[in-house]
Design a protein around this ligand. Sequence first.
Ligand SMILES: [Ca+2]
Ligand SMILES: [Ca+2]
Length: 154
Amino acid sequence: MQKTSHSMRAAPIALVAIAALAAMPCLAAEGSGKAPTAVDEAAAQKAYIERSFEKIDTNHDGQIDKQEWQAFITAYLQKQKQDFDASFAAADKNHDGKLSRKEAQEANPLLAKYFDDIDADGDGFITPDEIRAAMVQKQMESVDEIKPETPAQK
Ligand SMILES: [Ca+2]
Ligand SMILES: [Ca+2]
């Protein structure tokens, strides 16, 4: 039984993953026309993680155990999904459940910029599934970069 040492080890790595997740709302953000600087983003992420730690550690023992972490992730993903669905619905002007290049352009320049990458089946429209797949892909790339050691895999 080494539950405690496990959860101590897992927390920092998992928080890095959350930082990667937190960087993604750029897709959900309304096109405000101004890009945040890297410094702003790093500071915001740091603050976000610190704030989150307090929130995740619901019994305030300074550690995040598995239950606390799972509860947090569940809530976090739910919130992400709601935000995502809301932004998508707002961008999908003709309500056909997918974004044309024009809709993407109007909603978020980033979406338009990566339109061809996101449009995996190349039908000229991006669906929520295609966006989600692209986000997961992007997230795995950033987690790979952070990982101290990469297991040999080809
Ligand atoms: Ca549409
Ligand atoms: Ca498509």
